[in-house]
Design a binder for this molecule. Sequence first.
Ligand SMILES: NC(=O)c1ccc[n+]([C@@H]2O[C@H](COP(=O)([O-])OP(=O)(O)OC[C@H]3O[C@@H](n4cnc5c(N)ncnc54)[C@H](OP(=O)(O)O)[C@@H]3O)[C@@H](O)[C@H]2O)c1
Length: 276
Amino acid sequence: MTLLVFGSTGRLGRSVTKFFQNKTAVIAPTRNEIDLTSKNALQQLIEAEKPDTVINCAAWTDVDGCEKNTELAKELNSVLPQHLSELVQKVDSHLVHISTDFVFDGETDIPYDEEQTPNPTSIYGQTKLQGEKVVGPDATIIRTSWLQAPDDLNMVNWILESFRKEGPVEVPNDRQANPTFITDLVPIIEHFAELRFGGVIHATNEGVTNWCEFAKFIANETGNDPTRVTPAESKNLKRTAPRPAFSALDNAVIRRENVEPIRHHHEAVLEMLNQG
Ligand SMILES: NC(=O)c1ccc[n+]([C@@H]2O[C@H](COP(=O)([O-])OP(=O)(O)OC[C@H]3O[C@@H](n4cnc5c(N)ncnc54)[C@H](OP(=O)(O)O)[C@@H]3O)[C@@H](O)[C@H]2O)c1
């Protein structure tokens, strides 16, 4: 089986590439090797390699940047998936496309399941939703949130680092969602890719939280003082794009399909802390 990964240098793409390289032939072109805005370049690659599966982890994820450069947001988040969808069909390949909790407006306090109607409030969310629409019913669309990479500055090591310094540990507490550990997400991607599952799947670690609660949990588990955790003032967050206040996802399809539930994020945090 040949797998083609786009966005292989990103948070998720790096782990996806590494995971599948241990199992199968993986082609993972970087920004310097392929122009993702060129349908011709994509066509040449896909027709030459005829991959069994294409996993699209490429996106423009700079939520505030997308507000300022709508065209680039559309290119990466909407047009690229459309091109991939058209091209995979020609070689009988299967497309797995990654999407986001930002397709929802956050006007609720009940986790969103896959049946609920998206209503994105930012350009990032709107272009990502358009990307979902254009990939069609045969593609696997995996929506996730608050990705925590094992090989990068993630919130666990950022919070630990902040506790090593003096003063308050300032983290936002204005939004709630599910922190999702990429090591728990990748096997879910594999499962649904192998099934060639068509449709939307919500895939996040269990447990809805905000970053203050998350930081306090880490403080309590590591002998740090949880009272040092302070909500960041919104003026310090320098945000331009609106963000959903509540974008927790309910993994209803994972339950329905009898897939092993993704563990609570606390378990993933504890594992990371134990690994040092
Ligand atoms: N991060 C999150 O918390 C989060 C939450 C929910 C959903 N998601 C979704 O998960 C997926 C992966 O996100 P991520 O956090 O791994 O993203 P990321 O770290 O920002 O990586 C994005 C990837 O896309 C590539 N890319 C972006 N713009 C490009 C351009 N103009 N030309 C060529 N390549 C370009 C990047 O290449 P370079 O490395 O060369 O820039 C990188 O490989 C995305 O679909 C995102 O919407 C992410």
